[in-house]
Design a protein around this ligand. Structure first.
Ligand SMILES: C[S@@+](CC[C@H](N)C(=O)[O-])C[C@H]1O[C@@H](n2cnc3c(N)ncnc32)[C@H](O)[C@@H]1O
Ligand code: SF4
Ligand code: SF4
Length: 299
């Protein structure tokens, strides 16, 4: 049902209206979950199980900004699952940060462990699709993945569409229901990742629900401000030392999220994110033509 709604959304809603709809959806989602749970709690967990990626998309900060590489240990991942089980987590869990999760050989086992421990959660794997094969799709779905969200970037389409199309060819309908496919290009409103990447149509914000909806854990266990904080400039604790829910309830973190929900952008990263401003001078890539969409600037 959800996949049908998403497919309809991608087909029917023009790119310029998606940011507004997303903002409405985020507010409804946060306040709905708060009402249900009786407390301010994340409804999504994004965990950086690996850091590597095989692409250099212009819309992503990873190829312009150096960051330590590594894998989350299985012990730390197990600890995170324990902490989520303890609070009866039923939200979305995704092995994602600025990475390609399919590069991690452990992915099916990690997803299977999450499904076994969190039977009511929604497991979504974000991927650029380049490493998908029929077998891997079937393996991940069998492991308990609800949705494979495949995003391909106009600059990579030539290289990536082939493997993806081959992988999904003749897949049974029941498996296809687990796949959501989209392409992203200059016509789409995108985030500057807190001012790190110039994008043609930067998303701006009058308030931020993102930090209140998602708990983001990096491969070392640090709990970050949000998914835009690529350089981990603001961390609030480490799940190796404290439970995620304890970290979430820390007064300084709670206060900051409340301010953000009310449109107060105190941190520099948030000011840039809200205004769509980019920290560094626009690089040459940002104005080079996008080969997949002639006449439009690339990113
Ligand atoms: C950073 S990617 C990592 C997962 C995988 N490598 C991929 O590209 O799908 C996670 C999600 O962020 C989205 N994304 C990447 N750059 C973005 C940007 N500048 N603004 C908004 N979303 C972005 C991707 O489309 C993807 O759905
Ligand atoms: S958007 Fe995804 S595929 Fe592209 S560089 Fe970033 S992490 Fe890799
Ligand atoms: S406003 Fe701040 S907390 Fe919210 S998404 Fe942007 S960088 Fe993250």
């Amino acid at each position: 049902m959800l996949s049908l709604l998403f497919a309809a959304h991608d087909r029917l809603v023009p790119p310029e209206r998606r940011a507004g709809l997303r903002s409405l959806y985020e507010r409804a989602s946060y306040y709905g979950s708060r009402l249900r749970l009786g407390e301010d709690r994340f409804s999504e967990v994004e965990v950086e199980t690996n850091t590597g990626c095989n692409r250099k998309c212009r819309i992503c900060p990873r190829h312009k900004h150096e960051r330590e590489e590594g894998l989350m240990s299985e012990a730390l991942y197990g600890r995170l699952l324990d902490q989520l089980v303890a609070i009866g987590f039923r939200g979305r869990l995704s092995p994602v940060f600025y990475n390609e999760p399919l590069l991690d050989e452990r992915l099916p086992a990690l997803m299977r462990a999450a499904r076994a421990r969190l039977p009511h959660s929604l497991i979504v794997v974000f991927t650029n699709g380049s490493l998908l094969t029929r077998e891997r799709i079937l393996e991940l779905v069998d492991a308990g993945v609800d949705t494979l969200l495949v995003s391909q970037y106009t600059q990579n389409l030539k290289a990536d569409e082939g493997p993806y199309q081959r992988a999904v060819r003749d897949l049974p309908k029941r498996t296809m229901r687990h796949i959501r496919y989209r392409t992203l290009g200059d016509a789409d409103p995108l985030s500057t990742s807190g001012g790190l990447v110039p994008v043609a149509k930067p998303v701006t914000r009058s308030r931020c629900m993102q930090a209140s909806l998602s708990a983001v854990v990096d491969f070392k266990g640090n709990v970050l401000l949000c998914c835009n904080d690529y350089n981990a400039t603001h961390t609030f604790g480490n799940i190796a030392d404290e439970d995620l829910s304890t970290i979430w309830k820390k007064p300084d973190f709670q206060k900051l999220r409340k301010e953000l929900r009310h449109g107060e952008f105190r941190l520099d990263i948030c000011k840039r994110c809200a205004s769509g401003e980019v920290m560094r001078p626009v690089n040459a890539d940002a104005t080079a033509p996008d080969p997949a969409r002639p006449g439009r600037p690339g990113r």
